[in-house]
Design a protein around this ligand. Structure first.
Ligand code: SAH
Ligand code: SF4
Ligand code: F3S
Length: 439
């Protein structure tokens, strides 16, 4: 029996695509190898969001070349966003790669593997969805559900529109059926995925749909206890979506709302289509309807032309909002993006690093302060498995997406009440409430 190994880089969408690759390979009779060295088919699902992502991946790719030199029968495949963005050079620059395919072409891998010539084939069309591939879920009770592909925004720093193509929404009924099926298989939590999830459905025909309608339909499915989604765009964060968090039990008390920058001038040059006031107004609306909702974000520092005064505006928004957490990035120029042309205005690296340090300090301090609201409360925690720090403890997540390491007896997949004892910016600790066991 042939064996495969997949290494995944990048976002949740890629994790999900990898699950589909694995499911498809198993249906072709392949088995998963636990280490790359033992695989006949070495696959990479790649990301190109920042330069670091490319560098990390390429060193893995050379490692695969070394394995192939030892055993030339091995097949090396590269899928995902990096593959798409270098589609014209990939076989020239990396001649040991046998197959390359973009994010919309996962299903073509099967065609390739069953074809006569197992070398130098590329598949890069955007075809909307990667078929109805059987997924192999990493966790029994959690599933990713891709609701749309591609992105129609034109954020000037971002490579994604060129790697994932124009936005296409999946049919509403098909999604509801898929989640119903997942619930029947024991899934309790779903994460709806899209580059811009809350613009879901506006171009569906004959009947346009709204993202909030989808939330309502999924909430109504028996067995689904938690609904998450990522990433929404602040410009499309309408009141009906926020109300879904307030009114529907299974929609989690967490919204990831990417800020990117606090200065309206920078946001404009990023082509984010909202300014500082609109972002703060969305936060106010969330806090009005869903006071306990966790709000997390993404922030880029050192975007071309960002002045000290612009950066201070980002710090001000961070102080004012008090995010429950944030992913922070140093701006990285990407091929074929508008901002990569702003070379004259690139912020020197030392300055980017210095701003990053100040940003991280503010983000962590505010997150730690925010997290204190949980201490002394009893929260529902969906158990994921043993704690990564202490295998005698369990690890799970609250509806706010906070990780909790706690003492308890529950099994993975159970939702249990946990009394929260301490909180840092990153995680909580506590112990399973004995009362919840008795009940
Ligand atoms: N579709 C998502 C973003 C996906 S990329 C959204 O719009 O929210 C995830 C994050 O990576 C972005 O939110 C942004 O903060 C960061 N990012 C994207 N391109 C970048 C670049 N060129 N340099 C630095 N960070 C970048
Ligand atoms: Fe990139 Fe902007 Fe689309 Fe997000 S919304 S994927 S940042 S272009
Ligand atoms: Fe990376 Fe593509 Fe996701 S560039 S972040 S894998 S959409």
């Amino acid at each position: 029996m042939k064996r495969f190994h997949v290494t995944t880089f990048g976002c949740q969408m890629n994790e999900h695509d990898s699950e589909r690759m694995k499911g498809m390979l198993e249906s072709l009779g392949y088995a998963e190898a636990s280490v790359r060295e033992e695989a006949d088919l070495i696959l990479f699902n790649t990301c190109s969001i920042r330069e670091k992502a490319d560098e990390r991946f390429v060193s893995h790719l050379y490692d695969a070349r070394a394995l192939k030199r030892r055993d030339p029968e091995r097949v090396i495949g590269v899928g995902g966003c990096w593959a798409q963005s270098v589609k014209d050079q990939v076989f020239r620059d990396y001649p040991f790669v046998d197959v390359a395919f973009g994010p919309g072409q996962v299903h073509k891998l099967a065609e390739f593997l069953t074809s006569d010539s197992l070398t130098a084939q590329g598949f890069f069309e955007f075809e909307g969805f990667t078929g109805h591939l059987p997924g192999k879920r990493a966790r029994d009770v959690h599933a990713w559900v891709q609701i749309s592909a591609g992105c129609n925004m034109k954020c000037s720093y971002c490579i994604v529109p060129s790697t994932r193509g124009r936005e296409v929404s999946r049919p509403f009924e098909e999604l509801v059926d898929e989640v119903r099926q997942l619930a029947a298989e024991g899934v309790r939590e779903v994460t709806l995925l899209g580059q811009n999830v809350n613009s879901y459905g506006t171009r569906l025909r004959p009947e346009p749909r709204k993202f909030s309608e989808l939330l309502r339909a999924v909430d109504a499915i028996d067995g689904i206890d938690r609904i998450r989604y990522t990433s929404p765009h602040p410009a499309h964060m309408t009141e009906d979506v926020i109300l879904a968090h307030a009114e529907l039990d299974s929609v989690c008390q967490h919204i990831h709302l990417p800020l990117q920058a606090g200065s309206s001038r920078v946001l404009k040059r990023m082509r984010r289509t909202y300014g500082r006031e609109r972002f703060l107004d969305r936060v106010a609306l969330i806090r009005e309807h869903v006071p306990d909702c966790a709000i997390t974000t993404d922030i880029i520092v050192g975007f071309p032309g960002e002045t000290e005064a612009d950066f201070v505006e980002t710090l001000e928004v961070v102080e004012e909002v008090g995010f429950d957490g944030a992913f922070t990035f140093i701006y990285s120029p990407r091929r074929d993006t508008e901002a990569a042309e702003f070379v004259d205005e690139f912020v020197p690296h030392e300055e980017q690093v210095e701003r990053m340090e100040r940003l991280v300090e503010a983000v962590q301090r505010r997150a730690r302060e925010r997290a204190q609201r949980f201490v002394g409360r009893t929260l529902d925690v969906l158990v994921e498995g043993p704690s990564r720090y202490d295998p005698a403890q369990l690890r799970g997540r609250t509806t706010h997406n906070k990780v909790v390491n706690f003492d308890g007896l529950a099994a993975p997949g159970e939702i249990v009440a946990v009394e929260i004892a301490t909180a840092t910016s990153q995680s909580l600790t506590g112990s399973e409430s004995l009362l919840s066991r008795v009940a």
